[in-house]
Design a protein around this ligand. Structure first.
Ligand SMILES: [Zn+2]
Length: 283
């Protein structure tokens, strides 16, 4: 099994996690810029963070043979802080860089006017820089938040095939499916979305335009839940090719739209990766 995790916050993971992921078949990751827990008080703090996503993390990942790309944005939560708004002016400098494969995470947290403005501005930047967009949907009031998200995407004029709407669940997948946007699912250990629930969604809605990620942020999370989802798919009767589509070819196709995805010289997965990777990898 080869795995591309299209949304994982490696900044919050240990170097041992990189090793466990590589052992389990994770060959490539995309790390979206997000909220770091502690409020940031000035744009310079973001610049250092963005530089870390484009410098230090790819280096740390490369030591384990994992390819690392990033998405860059002012996240929805901090869009509400006037001290952070000037970050929007920094973005063009970063969206020009090679390791950046999308604008993100953008979208809504609490659905405030400030979030509206930052979301619209950043979708326009995605169009200007010809990048895909990774869109976070709020964890509270999810259906209303997702509907409003889809309205803003439609109004922006961005091609829906260049947008991934993330953190979907059984309630919101049907809203997004017919829009042409990609369907993102974050798998968590206990809440929100689990491997068995993901398998049921795949059985009902199919594998087309589906992206599965582990998110793996500061909260309780597990960077091997992509692999666990692949194994749950196999156990439920999906083929190895289905798993490869969802866990590798779909995310590659989505981010390749940036023209910057570099997967050259990645070592081929060893045959043993197809086996009981969870048993070896822990989790
Ligand atoms: Zn995230």
């Amino acid at each position: 099994m080869r795995v591309f995790d299209p949304h994982i916050h490696m900044t919050s993971r240990t170097t041992d996690d990189y090793r466990r992921m590589a052992d389990a078949g994770v060959r490539a990751v995309v790390e979206p810029a997000f909220w770091l827990g502690q409020p940031r008080t000035n744009p310079g703090s973001f610049a250092d963070y963005f530089d870390s996503l484009l410098g230090w993390e790819p280096y740390r990942a490369s030591q384990f043979g994992v390819r690392h790309h990033a998405t860059i944005a002012l996240n929805p939560k901090e869009a509400n802080d006037p001290r952070c708004r000037p970050v929007l002016d920094l973005l063009p400098r970063y969206l020009d860089k090679d390791g950046v494969v999308a604008v993100g995470e953008v979208g809504y947290d609490s659905m405030t006017p400030a979030e509206d403005e930052a979301f619209g501005t950043q979708l326009a930047l995605a169009r200007e820089f010809e990048l895909p967009a990774l869109v976070h949907t709020p964890h509270r009031d999810k259906a209303a938040g997702t509907r409003r998200t889809l309205d803003v995407i439609a109004e922006s004029g961005i091609d829906p095939g260049r947008v991934a709407v993330d953190h979907l669940n059984e309630v919101t997948v049907g809203l997004v499916r017919d829009t042409g946007c990609w369907l993102g699912f974050s798998i968590y250990p206990e809440t929100k979305m689990s491997p068995p629930r993901m398998v049921e969604i795949l059985q009902r809605y199919g594998t087309e335009r589906v992206l599965v990620n582990s998110a793996a942020d500061w909260g309780h999370s597990d960077p091997l839940l992509t692999v666990a989802t692949g194994e749950a798919m196999l156990a439920a009767g999906f083929t190895a090719d289905d798993v490869d589509l969802v866990l590798w070819r779909n995310p590659v196709a989505f981010y390749a739209q940036s023209g910057r995805l570099d997967l050259s010289d990645l070592p081929a997965p060893e045959p043993s990766y197809a086996g009981s990777s969870l048993a070896r990898g822990g989790s």
